[in-house]
Design a protein around this ligand. Structure first.
Ligand SMILES: C[S@@+](CC[C@H](N)C(=O)[O-])C[C@H]1O[C@@H](n2cnc3c(N)ncnc32)[C@H](O)[C@@H]1O
Length: 289
């Protein structure tokens, strides 16, 4: 299928799955535009010569993927994060909104786990293109990725489960982010974030682990409080795991720097800026409906 046809099918199928977003999704077609992205033509050509040109969709961050004979060894062992989430969520027949879904990796895992439909939103277009490649290679499924930010998604539809994983610490107004997630949820909200294992949240003045856009690394207690303030019930932390350089690392499929380069070589319990090294936690709460 041609790149244009893959994009059109993705948007049409997503609009059919979420009729309340019909008009908005139609407008998202404008995001697939070579004048906005210098690499766009290369990405479209990659889609038209699969699996041969999968590397042209670099950087592959979330995975791993197995496409026939090709294994895409991504920067992240996202399957490890999935193992930390899956035992805690019954997704049977659930509709799911995955905020900041990257290339939609978790959507495929959630369909295997019983979800009916997964709609992901992510403004980074190369990840949306990776999702189109996966769809072309694995076959169309009820797993959609829309090139959008949470803030731009019109209110209206409700999803049984709403996930926000790896987004909160990038937000200047984390409570508002959780409120928005909750506003789309019918039953459950899952928040996964970097945390600090101390009473007080960390507000990095400069970078955190070389990332520029980290206004806050919250404490566990702070995330639980925000979830309660957002009107969610029974907020609980179900997992805390330090991120290792086995879970996040450079590979042939993600050739930029990775976690190893963000840690102090003399003391890997610290980032290069002297902050505590990355630890991530998974939170779940219920929404009354
Ligand atoms: C660290 S990645 C997390 C990806 C995946 N959810 C995971 O847990 O592995 C954060 C993702 O959020 C996306 N993102 C950034 N700002 C966003 C926003 N305002 N709304 C939705 N997604 C956003 C980024 O493009 C990126 O793919």
């Amino acid at each position: 299928m041609k790149g244009d046809a893959l994009i059109a099918a993705q948007l049409a199928d997503a609009a059919a799955a979420v009729p309340e977003w019909n008009t908005w999704i139609a407008r998202l077609a404008d995001c697939y535009d070579s004048s906005r992205h210098g690499d766009y033509e290369r990405w479209v050509h990659a889609l038209e010569d699969l699996p041969n040109r999968l590397e042209d969709l670099h950087p592959w961050r979330k995975g791993p993927w197995r496409f026939g004979e090709v294994t895409v060894d991504t920067e992240w062992r996202s399957d490890w994060k999935w193992q930390r989430l899956a035992p805690h969520v019954d997704l049977t027949d659930h509709t799911v909104l995955d905020i900041g879904c990257g290339n939609g990796y978790f959507g495929w895992r959630m369909l295997e786990h019983g979800a009916r439909t997964v709609v992901g939103i992510d403004p980074t277009l190369v990840f949306c293109m990776q999702h189109l490649a996966a769809t072309a290679l694995l076959g169309a499924a009820q797993n959609y990725v829309l090139p959008a930010r949470l803030e731009d998604a019109p209110m209206g539809p409700r999803f049984d489960t709403v996930l926000s994983m790896g987004v909160l610490y990038h937000r200047k107004e984390p409570l508002e982010h959780i409120r928005s997630a909750a506003a789309f949820a019918r039953q459950r909200v899952v928040i996964e974030t970097l945390i600090v294992e101390s009473e007080r949240s960390l507000f990095p003045e400069g970078r955190y682990a070389r990332m520029r856009n980290v206004p806050v690394v919250p404490s566990v207690g702070q995330v639980l409080t925000w979830m309660q303030e957002a009107g969610l019930h029974g907020a609980r932390c179900v997992d805390i795991t330090p991120t290792s350089t086995l879970e996040q690392r450079s590979t042939r499929w993600m050739r930029f720097e990775s976690l190893k380069d963000a840690l102090d070589p003399q003391d890997p319990s610290r980032t290069v800026e002297g902050h505590p090294a990355p630890v991530r936690a998974m939170f779940i709460a219920e929404h009354a409906g």
